[in-house]
Ligand binder design. Structure first.
Ligand code: E4P
Length: 218
């Protein structure tokens, strides 16, 4: 399973990349706004900056919601860097845009996926990735992980090549369960990735080893 980081914060992207386990980055307009990135030129430069840090797919989201606008934006984003993946919302024109961009050899990530029917449509259109939003489903008392399992089963039965990118990850258990259920990728905030490191027995065991080494070498 690939690990993407879900942020537009360059320091956090560098920290995750330095761990040596990072395979890519996802952003969205809210994450860009959180970093104070405003204006077309600044947004484009920020995507290039991210691509210069991470050697992997970097999702950049379109703002348009009509077919022509999404195509124009998608082609402009894709021309920025070979690692750019154009993020397209799961709407009617979005499905058409995914089909078109795929036919031009441009990678796509279908975002805001909340149901298996949407996942099937995006796969049929040839999306490189689909992003089911696990945490946002949990927030409204649906089972986000169940959606990952359902999509994984459908894609396996149908032989779809589209990769399941579990998004809206809120905690380390979401990452572990995504791996169990067959997600190809997770995109997560840095905190949830780092939380995977932690176990109290690792910390106490290491402290004991170091203390015993210090005693026997004093
Ligand atoms: C990633 O591609 C999504 O935009 C992101 O994971 C959404 O996460 P959120 O629900 O925490 O905003």
């Amino acid at each position: 399973m690939k690990f993407f980081i879900d942020t537009a914060n360059l320091a956090q992207i560098k920290e995750a990349n330095d761990l040596g386990i990072l395979d890519g980055v996802t952003t969205n307009p809210s994450l860009m706004a959180k970093e104070g990135i405003k204006g077309d030129a600044a947004v484009m430069q920020h995507y290039i900056d991210i691509c210069n840090i991470v050697d992997g797919d970097v999702s950049a989201e379109v703002i348009s919601t009509d077919y022509a606008g999404m195509i124009a934006e998608g082609e402009k984003l894709a021309a920025l860097h070979e690692n750019i993946v154009v993020k397209i919302p799961m709407i009617k024109d979005g499905v058409k845009a995914i089909k078109y961009l795929t036919s031009k050899g441009i990678k796509t990530n279908c975002t805001l996926v909340f149901g298996p029917g949407q996942a099937i449509l995006a796969a049929k259109a040839g999306a490189t990735y689909i992003s089911p939003f696990v945490g946002r489903l949990d927030d409204i008392s649906y089972d986000g992980m169940e959606l990952i399992a359902q999509i994984a089963q459908i894609f396996a039965v149908q032989g779809y090549q589209t990769q399941i990118l579990a998004a809206s990850i809120r905690n380390p258990m979401h990452i572990i369960k995504s791996a169990q259920m067959g997600a190809h990728v997770i995109t997560s905030p840095l905190a949830s990735i780092l939380a995977l490191l932690k176990h109290p027995l690792t910390d106490s065991g290491l402290a004991q080893f170091l203390a015993d080494h210090a005693k026997s070498n004093s």
